[in-house]
Design a protein around this ligand. Structure first.
Ligand code: FMN
Length: 196
């Protein structure tokens, strides 16, 4: 079993007001060559798909039928990780810097190579299609991914970081670079860094 890296407990308070974060959010595509620390990584992942306290399985993002189709990956300078919400931890999957390859898979959008962290939202469609079918299910998955991404974008601003949601990439290339399970379909790349 790959090793598990515990993330610091997310903070639930800050001096940032939600209104100001909504007002200040902008797409940021130029990042300083500085890493993001473990507290920031933990806070961002918690905002995307962290567990809320009660009931036990609830997350920070609404989910149609509480079926939770999203699986979240993190591409860091030192490798690729899967986020484990129940343990608020990262499971190490690869210990190579895949940012250059990810940048190529996203049609050479250069900021992906620069970003010290890219969160990759993927979905397991079967989890939701069992209940909602093939017509409605995908719609619910995409809407949920939007909820998760917006949490990330606002949390990034609150941390003094910048991000941009990226939908333009080659699905098969991203799957192969991250070595995703065949049923984890990539939906969104969310690079994060310190605005330059
Ligand atoms: C579904 C979706 C896909 C997007 N894909 C990309 C992308 O591939 N590359 C990129 O640079 N920006 C992408 N964006 C960001 C938009 O270009 C950006 O939000 C828009 O220009 C408005 O600017 P703002 O975010 O600063 O308000 C995407 C936004 C959305 C909602």
């Amino acid at each position: 079993m790959a090793k598990l890296l515990s993330l610091p407990k997310p903070r639930l308070e800050s001096s940032a007001s939600l209104e100001e974060m909504i007002y200040r959010r902008r797409s940021v595509r130029n990042y300083a060559p500085k890493e993001v620390n473990l507290e920031e990584i933990g806070q961002l992942l918690w905002a995307v798909q962290g567990r809320a306290d009660t009931p036990a399985y609830r997350t920070t993002v609404p989910s149609a039928g509480a079926l939770y189709p999203l699986e979240v990956y993190a591409v860091l300078i030192d490798g690729v990780y899967h986020y484990e919400p129940s343990e608020h931890a990262l499971r190490s999957l690869q210990d190579v810097d895949q940012r250059m390859e990810l940048c190529r898979a996203a049609y050479n959008q250069n900021f992906i190579r620069q970003a010290p962290l890219t969160i990759v939202l993927t979905a397991v469609f079967a989890r939701i299609e069992g209940k909602y079918g093939r017509a409605r299910g995908p719609r619910y998955v995409y809407i949920e991914a939007g909820h998760a991404a917006q949490n990330l974008l606002l949390q990034a601003v609150a941390l003094g970081l910048g991000s941009v949601p990226v939908g333009a990439f080659d699905d098969q290339k991203v799957k192969s670079i991250l070595r995703l399970p065949p049923n984890h379909e990539p939906l969104y790349l969310l690079p994060v860094g310190r605005p330059r």
